[in-house]
Ligand binder design. Structure first.
Ligand code: COA
Length: 213
């Protein structure tokens, strides 16, 4: 039954689908403080974390992937040297959140949207364990990533977030990210095309006092 549902989902997406992300940006500040709650550690991941990360990826991001595919995805990122930030529970060492920091190159389709085209990285696959959500951990992970990458010579951060994920949009807006555009991917009869443009749908963004300032 699950197999049939997955087949139908993929078939429908191949026939026609439209996905839209809001593009959020922030310059990196010289000094950023990350106020990490007691009982939680935030650090850069190492190769020995691969299995724990693959296990921790939530269903919203990896629910359709087998254990092997999750492992392969995480391993591939380590192999490519993409830094990964992790939040862990200090007592159990369980992975409770994370994100990756990928360098954005001038060849990227995002490049024309970036207000400060210097050395920019992209936050990807931001996640927090469902039991730990709503405690600022999403923002803390992004803030920690910004601070770490600043120390490695980066001066800007960009993040693409589905409009359908308001918690993630808000986790960015709360810490000073601004919307600068939109990415749209259309699939029609198996052919996929993506484009970016500077407009975005303000009405689909969650409200925060900082978002409109
Ligand atoms: C996105 C995610 C990482 C956020 O983690 P988090 O630790 O809950 O994030 P934060 O607590 O820092 O911020 C979330 C904010 O969104 C708010 N929020 C939660 N659900 C919301 C909703 N449906 N609509 C509007 N705001 C919402 C929270 O109240 C919080 O705001 P507040 O601090 O002002 O109360 C987490 O929800 C997650 O892992 N989701 C599944 C994976 C995912 O969607 N990743 C992003 C892919 S683009």
């Amino acid at each position: 039954m699950v197999g049939l549902k997955l087949f139908l989902y993929r078939a429908r997406n191949r026939l026609f689908s439209r996905r839209a992300w809001v593009v959020l940006c922030r310059p990196l500040e010289p000094h950023t403080e990350t106020d990490i709650p007691d009982g939680i550690e935030v650090r850069e991941a190492s190769a020995s974390d691969v299995e724990a990360i693959a296990r921790a990826l939530p269903d919203e991001l990896a629910g359709r992937l087998s254990r092997e595919k999750r492992m392969a995805t995480v391993n591939e990122r380590f192999g490519a040297g993409v830094p990964c930030i992790l939040a862990t529970d200090s007592d159990s060492s369980q992975v409770i959140g994370g994100c990756w920091c990928r360098k954005v190159t001038p060849g990227s389709m995002l490049w024309p949207l970036l207000p400060n085209r210097g050395v920019v990285f992209e936050i990807s696959t931001l996640f927090v364990d469902p039991d730990y959500r709503g405690k600022n951990l999403g923002s803390i992970l992004v803030e920690y990533a910004c601070s770490m990458m600043k120390g490695r010579g980066f001066n800007g951060c960009v993040s693409l977030v589905w409009y359908t994920r308001p918690a993630s949009v808000k986790a960015h807006l709360k810490i000073g990210f601004k919307p600068v555009g939109e990415k749209v991917t259309l699939s029609f009869l198996g052919v996929r095309r993506s484009h970016v443009h500077p407009g975005f749908r303000q009405e689909r963004l969650p409200s925060t006092s900082k978002a409109s300032s």
